[in-house]
Structure formats: C-alpha cells, structure tokens
Design a protein around this ligand. Structure first.
Ligand SMILES: [Zn+2]
Length: 463
C-alpha cells in the first residue's frame, strides 16, 4: 500500500491531500487548497496520474485548506463521490460557494488591470459550474460507523473537536490478505473549547498521519482569554464605545456569540446591541444551530436551562449591505462582528474606516492575522492606516486575544497521540511548519520512543 502526500507536507500547513492506493482502490483523503502567496498558490493543481481513477474522496472537515481543491476534480472530470459528515457537507457547500465567488471577483479585478495593460485575460482557478458539480457529489456518512467507501476500504469518522462536523478519519484497508488501519487526524481542536465535544480518543492504528500546526507551543488557557474579553467589553460598554470584532465567518463568529450569550445570562454586562454583519456568518450560524447533536454537554445544559436566543435578544442579523450601512448611524455601546477575519476585505473595512479614529472605539482581534494584512498592522500598533484610499488615524484601542484558537496546542496534541502510542503505529507528521513539526516529533520520541517520519511534498509513504 502506498500513501502519497499531495499537500500539507514538507513544512507546508495548507493544501492537505493524501492519496491512498492499494492494488484494488484509490482514495483521496482531503482535497485542500494551498494558501499564502503566489509561490504556494502555484501548487494548486493535480497531476492527472494522481487523481485519475479515484474511487472516493474523504473530507475531514470543511475548512478551505482541506476542501478548496475539490472543484478541480470536477474540472478534471474525475467522477469520484466525496464522503464526509453531515455538518461538513453543509459547511463545505457554504465555504466552496463563497470561495468560488471571491475567486471570480478577484479574477475580474485582475483582468480589468490586465486589459488596461494590453494583457490576456486569465481564468479563476475554479468556476461556479465546477463548484456546483462537486457539491452535488458530497455524500454524508454518520460518525463512528465503519462503512465501505471503495473496494477493500472502509472509513469511520471520529470527532476531532476542531469545528462543527470535523473528524479524524480511520481507514480499514484490506491489502494482500491483511487489514491495516490508517488514521488521518485532520485538524484537532483544543480540549475544553466551548460548543464542540472534545476529540475522541482513538486506540488502534498501524499508521497515523498527524497534524502539527501548534506542535511547539501551548495556547493561553481559554478561561483567561474569556476573562480578558469580558473586561474589555465591560470597559467599552461603560465608555459607550463601539466594539469591532473582525471575525472568520465559520467557527470563530459562533464561538464569540456563545460567549456573549453566557456573559449576558450571568450578568457580566448589561444587554447592548450586537450586529452579526456577515451573510456567510449568518448562514454558518444557522448550520451550527441545527446540529445540537454535536454540542458538548456544557452547551446542552446551557440551552436546556433556557434557549440561547433569549439571552441574545439584542443580536441583530445583517444580511444586506443596507443593514450594514445602517449600523453607522447607531450610537454605542454596541458590538459589530464582521468579516474578513484579517481585515483584508469585507464589511469590517467600512466599520474600521468610520470608527478607528475615535478613541472610544475598541477593536478586538480574536484570530490569526497574516503578515501584510490590515489586521496585522493594527496588532503591531500602526498609528495610521489606509482604507479604501483614505488615510485613517488609529485612535481606537486595539486588543489582541490569542487564546481562541481552534487548534490543539502541544499538550493536547500529545494527549491525542498518547492513546495510540501503546500500539506503536508508524507515525507520519504533517500539516505544520518545520519548527513545530520537529518539536512535536522530538517530544513524542522522548515520551513514547516513537520515531516520526517527516515527509516532503509529493513523497510516497509505503506501508
Ligand atoms: Zn481546519
């Protein structure tokens, strides 16, 4: 049996894709897009020899770096079915449609420039047609059932605690008369995070492909971060300021809303208006709302006592741009949750333009800010920024809260592996920059004596 690393190898964090090949079947686990600059994004293609005759595709969770190359399979006329959990099916549909739309807008803008320079127009990486075709081929499977997905290959999805619907995939693979178990961790969530159950403990494997995003460090404890958040909100409400939270539409927005609901219920702050100013976050919230079977016991108990919407009477959804513009005329205190999460596009830019120069404004950064983004400039203390061509003075208070990560830190990654260590599986470390990846590998060797493999991109692993 051969497993080829088609992404998130060689120190790369994005582009997750692993081709599992036996004498009888070919299955692709994850089909993610490479993100972060022209050079890596140039990797966003497949060789036909790698994806021709695929029997099935399996998806661990909906994030683009695990799903974004799916439409390329349609473009290449690879007709395989795509299996994932029900919540992943719904969130992947939402995320792929949004991604196709963003790519089309970006390409149109670029093509206007190219036209003016007398250059030929280019095509977006994926089209709406390819996106709709692959969405039509998504098939939901239940958690924790060993079900056949290709000749001689069964798959089971186990909770990964990373986002709604996220899973670790366990394959049982018949090969030359024996059955081998191979686990793909997908992205693992931190233990004890709100909303989601913790990752499931897995106990048997012949080989483990494990993510290492934060393999070298632990995050600040979540309760400390929540307390900091409460303190900032209390101050801002007393100042009658506007609180702006640039947020990713899926996962982070729902986390912030659930924290606000419990703040209101406990009485940490009086009720104030909250605007969820993102059509995609509104759609994602509906999907989160409809999957109570995936909630952890704490959240279930919280909503058993009283429905969350009773705490969130002041939460207003803003699907249209008119709704968004109307927020400008409403005085503080209030909170606006809007995308994009790194302030590099989207409605948050308008709110920042109209409020960054006011000293009573508070901006709370709750997610990772890539280098070169407006969000990163704010975190690094820029005194002036440019938004839509205008120079804006930064008088607002900028707060950075680092403890809301959806990824397990080193301690939780080690915890996840500790349940597999006794059966001594072959360990393949992926999905991490080389620093975190080797740091986790060294720690695992020290604790369990297991020597890890660190594959490069396009490397084959034989079992
Ligand atoms: Zn993820």
């Amino acid at each position: 049996m051969r497993i080829k690393v088609l992404g998130a190898g060689g120190g790369e964090v994005t582009g997750s894709a692993y081709l599992v090949e036996t004498d009888h079947a070919r299955v692709l686990v994850d089909c993610g897009i490479f993100q972060g600059g022209k050079k890596v994004e140039g990797l966003n293609r497949f060789d036909l020899k790698d994806v021709s005759n695929l029997d099935a595709v399996l998806i661990t969770h909906a994030h683009l770096d695990h799903t974004g190359r799916l439409p390329l399979l349609s473009k290449m006329r690879v007709p395989a079915p795509v299996f994932c959990t029900q919540a992943t099916l719904e969130l992947t549909s939402l995320i792929l449609r949004d991604s196709a739309h963003v790519q089309e807008m970006d390409t149109n803008r670029l093509n206007r420039k190219r036209q003016r320079a007398g250059m030929k127009a280019i095509q977006p990486l994926v089209s709406h047609e390819d996106t709709e075709d692959i969405i039509g081929r998504l098939i939901a499977l239940p958690y924790d059932r060993d079900l056949p997905v290709a000749t001689g290959i069964k798959a089971s999805f186990a909770e990964a605690g990373h986002m709604l619907g996220s899973s670790c995939i366990q394959l049982s693979i018949e090969d030359k008369g024996s059955v081998k178990k191979v686990i793909f961790s997908g992205d693992l969530g931190p233990k004890g995070a709100p909303i989601l159950k913790d990752f499931e403990e897995l106990h048997t494997a012949d080989a483990v492909f494990m993510e290492t995003t934060y393999g070298d460090r632990d995050h600040k404890p979540l309760n400390e971060t929540v307390n900091e958040f409460i303190g900032i909100v209390q101050t801002a409400v007393a100042d009658k300021g506007k609180i702006l939270i640039p947020t990713f539409a899926v996962g982070r927005a729902q986390l912030m809303i659930s924290i606000l609901a419990s703040m209101f219920r406990v009485g940490h702050v009086p009720l104030f208006p909250i605007f969820l100013d993102s059509p995609m976050a509104i759609e994602a919230s509906k999907i989160y709302f409809n999957h109570k079977e995936l909630y952890d016991e704490e959240l279930l108990e919280f909503i058993r006592q009283k429905p969350m919407m009773e705490d969130l009477k002041t939460l207003k959804m803003c699907p249209t741009s008119e709704d968004s513009i109307a927020i400008n005329n409403i005085p503080g205190p209030m909170m606006v949750l809007a995308g994009a999460g790194m302030c590099n596009a989207g409605r948050i830019l308008h709110h920042l333009k109209y409020n960054l120069w006011k000293p009573e404004t508070h901006v709370i950064i709750v997610g990772y800010q890539g280098s070169g983004t407006l969000g990163r400039m704010l975190v690094e203390g820029a005194e002036k920024v440019r938004i839509f061509g205008d120079e804006i003075s930064v008088k607002a208070k900028i707060h950075t809260l680092g403890g809301f990560s959806a990824h397990a830190g080193q301690k939780d990654l080690l915890d996840w592996f500790s349940h597999l260590a006794p059966v001594r599986p072959k360990l393949v470390l992926i999905h991490g920059e080389n620093g975190p990846r080797t740091a986790l590998g060294a720690k695992i060797k020290e604790l369990y004596g297991t020597e890890a493999a660190y594959p490069a991109l396009n490397q084959d692993i034989f079992l």
